[in-house]
Design a protein around this ligand. Structure first.
Ligand code: SF4
Length: 395
């Protein structure tokens, strides 16, 4: 048995463990465990510094999960886009391929908790159905291998999945979505990486949420993956008390880049049943993005997205940088809230003329900008007119 498998065996993974280790009362512990299975492996447990810290919040159940928050169990409507149990096919050219229900740590905020940890819903027995579906759909060129955590499969089983995908001529890209480098980095072994290397181009998306998760062990795991040539991206979930602070996100993203992991997405926490206590106002995410862009390397600035309820897909949300735009010019502001005018291309431009644009998408001209235009038109040069704009007050 490999080290990571031995560590898994020593996980906290029952209501009784919760009672013994964290003084939960038995009934609450049992209700929490039946709502969503408990598993905290000894590595991730060792990252906790004090009760209620950002690591604790992600892995130790909270009685708030038992409150009736009125949220749905499948907010992204994945089950409706699921032609076979292991596949979600929502976008034209890519599918989500669920290959196991198991994870080395069950995150209390998990979007897919209706299925994760339940082997009747995601199981290896559905893998062949998934491969057959992908084979029968030549439009699928990108497959996201997920679960659960696909690296919970043994090397042999994972290789069967990767080999099966590579035998399908129209599959161009394989993406493995795993939390292992963060929650159980001992899983990333030289043997695993050697096996995965045979199935390039293969992208690995990891899932770090807080700078305390960037440890020497995590760095070693990411180094192994990066040295093998897998492009690495990070998906972070924005959560109250965990990372809802621009300085924390900045520190996390800088540390990720030092491990050759590119920050890819910040997700607004999904509206999933029993996770309401993690959700933050949209404004928090926008403020974090505002304090990243321009203030740190562009490489450390991911997309902030909302996964639209009901299956609308990921929609990027940006702070307001465009203050005004018509057929003559655009007025934009930079990260220091300085405002600039930039002349629009006219004449031979292939950009749609305003008359062709649906009225609903035309920006109304704000009063404050009209005033600026009047002043700007008095200036000798219309290009790059820079005016001061007060920064919004903090908070
Ligand atoms: S590792 Fe991923 S799938 Fe597993 S519990 Fe955490 S968020 Fe859910």
């Amino acid at each position: 048995m490999e080290l990571w498998q031995q560590m898994l065996r020593q996980s906290i993974d029952s209501a009784d463990d919760l009672v013994k280790r964290f003084n939960f009362d038995k009934e609450t512990a049992e209700r929490l465990n039946s709502l969503f299975h408990i598993r905290i492996n000894p590595y991730y447990l060792s990252l906790i510094r004090y009760p209620g810290d950002p690591i604790w919040l992600q892995c130790i159940p909270d009685a708030k999960e038992l409150e009736d928050d009125g949220l749905p169990i499948d907010p992204l409507n994945e089950d409706n886009d699921s032609p076979v149990p292991s596949i979600t096919h929502r976008y034209p050219d890519r599918v989500l391929f669920l290959v196991t229900s198991q994870c080395s740590m069950y995150c209390r905020f998990c979007t897919r908790k209706r299925k994760v940890s339940d082997s009747t819903k995601i199981s290896m027995k559905y893998i062949q159905d998934g491969l057959d579906y992908i084979k029968a759909h030549p439009e699928v060129r990108d497959v996201i291998v997920s679960g659960g955590d696909p690296l919970m499969l043994t090397d042999t089983m994972l290789e069967k999945v990767l080999q099966g995908l590579r035998e399908i001529p129209h599959v161009e890209i394989i993406r493995v979505h795993t939390k292992m480098p963060c929650v159980l980095p001992q899983r990333i072994t030289p043997q695993l990486v050697e096996m995965m290397k045979k199935y390039q181009p293969l992208y690995v998306n990891v899932h770090f949420n807080h700078p305390w998760e960037i440890t020497p062990e995590a760095k070693q795991a990411c180094d192994l993956l990066a040295d093998a040539g897998f492009p690495l991206g990070n998906q972070m979930v924005l959560m109250k008390g965990v990372n809802d602070d621009a300085e924390i996100v900045k520190e996390l993203n800088r540390k990720l880049l030092m491990m050759r992991v590119r920050p890819y997405y910040i997700y607004q926490a999904d509206m999933v049943k029993s996770t309401n206590h993690f959700r933050t106002p949209i404004k928090t995410g926008l403020e974090i993005m505002d304090k990243l862009r321009g203030h740190t390397s562009g490489l450390a600035v991911p997309y902030f997205v909302i996964d639209a309820p009901g299956g609308g897909g990921k929609i990027p949300i940006l702070p307001q940088y465009v203050l005004y735009h018509d057929d003559q010019k655009i007025v934009v502001r930079n990260y220091k809230y300085e405002v600039f005018e930039y002349d629009e291309v006219t004449g031979q431009s292939r950009v749609a003329e305003p008359a062709e644009v649906d009225e609903r998408f035309l920006r109304k001209q704000p009063v404050i900008i009209r005033e600026r235009r009047r002043r700007a038109s008095k200036s000798k040069s219309r290009a790059a007119v820079k005016v001061a704009l007060d920064k919004p007050t903090e908070g």
